[in-house]
Design a protein around this ligand. Structure first.
Ligand SMILES: Nc1nc2c(ncn2[C@@H]2O[C@H](COP(=O)(O)OP(=O)(O)OP(=O)(O)O)[C@@H](O)[C@H]2O)c(=O)[nH]1
Ligand SMILES: [Mg+2]
Length: 325
C-alpha cells in the first residue's frame, strides 16, 4: 500500500466498508476517486476504484434496482412538489401540517416520521405539494428519501433554531446532500442536482432561538434565504407569508386562459415557468397550438387590457391570455 493517502480518502474508505446500498457505494467510490492523488504509486488503487464503479453501475443497469431495497415515489400533484427535510425533531411535520392539509405525523420525539407524507398546501388559487420526509441524521439516511429530494422541484430545510446542534446539523445535511450530488441553496452554480431551498429556522418562539437565529443567518445567509418561523405559534399572516415563500421556490407563474369571445376561466390557472413567453404558454396548453397560433391578446401585463402581443411576450403572474388559432 502506498502511503500518503489524504485523510478524507481514508474516511471515505471507512464509509464504503459500512455502505450497503449500491447507489451510495457508487457515490462514495466516486468521491474516493476525486480525492485520490493520481500518480504512479496509486495506479493499482485507481484501477481498482474504476473497476468497482463500473461493476456497480453495470449491476444497477441490469435491474439491480430491484435488489436495491425499496423506493417510494410520490405522484406529483398541483403546481409543484417541494421536499421538506431536516434533522430529527426539527419540526418538519409540524411545518407541513401548519401550511398544508392534512395533518401528518407530529410527535414530541425524534424519528417519528418514517414514511413520506405528501400534503397539499393551498396558496391563492393553486395548490403545492409538500412532502414531509423522515429525518436525516448520521446513520439514518433513507435512500428513498434522498431520491424524493432529488426528484422534487425545490426544498425546504427545517432546523430547530432552539437546539444547540442546529448549525452542526445543517452543515452535516448539506455535506451529506453534496456527497450525493444534490445541491441545496438559493442559487445554482455548485454543480450536482440543484434544488432551490430556503432554510427555515423553526421554533423561533422558544427563548433559546433568540441568539441562535442570527448565528444561523450569519453562517448560512450567503447560501440560503434564512427565514425564522414558529410552526407552533405562527399567526395566520405569518403562515400565509411562509406559504408565499414556499410557492416562490417553484419559480412558476399563474396564467389564466381565455377563449375568444368567452369569459376567462378564472377558476383554474395554468402554472408555467417564470419567464415563459406567449408561445411557451400556447405549447403548454396544447402542443399543436404552437403551429396554429395566430394571435394572442393579454389582460394583465400588457400596456392596455386586451392588447395584442407578440409570441415572444413574457408572461407575468396573474395574466389572462387569449389564444386565437
Ligand atoms: N416550541 C415549538 N415547538 C415546536 C415547533 N415546531 C415543532 N415543535 C415541536 O417539536 C416536536 C417535533 O415536531 P415534529 O413536527 O414531529 O418534528 P419532525 O422534524 O417532523 O420530527 P421527526 O419526523 O421525528 O424527525 C414536537 O413536540 C412539536 O410540537 C415550534 O415552532 N415551536
Ligand atoms: Mg416528522
Amino acid at each position: 500500500m502506498p502511503a500518503n493517502l489524504p485523510p478524507q480518502y481514508v474516511k471515505a474508505e471507512e464509509r464504503l466498508r459500512a455502505a450497503k446500498d449500491p447507489g451510495e457505494r457508487i457515490a462514495i467510490l466516486e468521491e474516493m476517486w476525486s480525492l485520490l492523488p493520481k500518480h504512479k504509486g496509486t495506479d493499482k488503487i485507481q484501477a481498482d476504484i474504476k473497476r468497482r464503479i463500473s461493476k456497480l453501475k453495470e449491476q444497477a443497469e441490469k435491474g439491480g434496482g430491484r435488489k436495491k431495497g425499496f423506493s417510494i415515489s410520490i405522484v406529483r400533484e398541483g403546481a409543484g412538489q417541494i421536499a421538506v427535510l431536516g434533522p430529527p425533531n426539527a419540526g418538519k411535520s409540524s411545518f407541513v401540517s401548519i401550511l398544508a392539509h392534512p395533518v401528518s405525523g407530529v410527535a414530541p420525539y425524534p424519528f417519528s416520521t418514517t414514511v413520506p407524507h405528501p400534503a397539499m398546501m393551498p396558496w391563492r388559487d393553486v395548490r403545492v405539494q409538500l412532502v414531509d420526509l423522515p429525518p436525516f441524521a448520521p446513520g439514518h439516511v433513507e435512500h428513498w428519501a434522498v431520491d424524493i429530494v432529488r426528484g422534487a422541484d425545490a426544498a425546504v430545510l427545517v432546523v430547530d433554531a432552539a437546539g444547540v446542534t442546529a448549525r452542526e446539523d445543517t452543515e452535516w445535511i448539506l455535506a451529506e446532500m453534496d456527497r450525493r450530488r444534490i445541491t441545496l441553496g438559493a442559487a445554482a452554480g455548485r454543480g450536482g442536482d440543484f434544488k432551490r431551498t430556503i432554510l427555515v429556522a423553526n421554533k423561533a418562539d422558544l427563548p433559546e432561538a433568540g441568539a441562535a437565529i442570527p448565528a444561523i443567518a450569519g453562517q448560512f445567509g450567503r447560501r440560503f434565504e434564512v427565514v425564522s418561523f414558529s410552526s407552533a405559534a405562527a399567526n395566520p399572516a405569518g403562515v400565509e407569508s411562509m406559504r408565499t415563500r414556499v410557492f416562490d421556490l417553484l419559480g412558476v407563474v399563474r396564467i389564466y386562459s381565455k377563449e375568444p369571445g368567452r369569459k376567462p376561466d378564472l377558476d383554474q390557472p395554468f402554472t408555467v415557468r417564470a419567464g415563459s413567453t406567449v408561445l411557451d404558454f400556447a405549447a403548454h396548453v396544447h402542443k399543436d397550438f404552437t403551429r396554429s397560433l395566430k394571435q394572442a391578446r393579454i389582460w394583465g401585463s400588457a400596456r392596455f387590457e386586451g392588447q395584442a402581443v407578440s409570441r415572444g411576450h413574457i408572461l407575468r403572474d396573474g395574466d389572462i391570455v387569449e389564444l386565437s388559432l
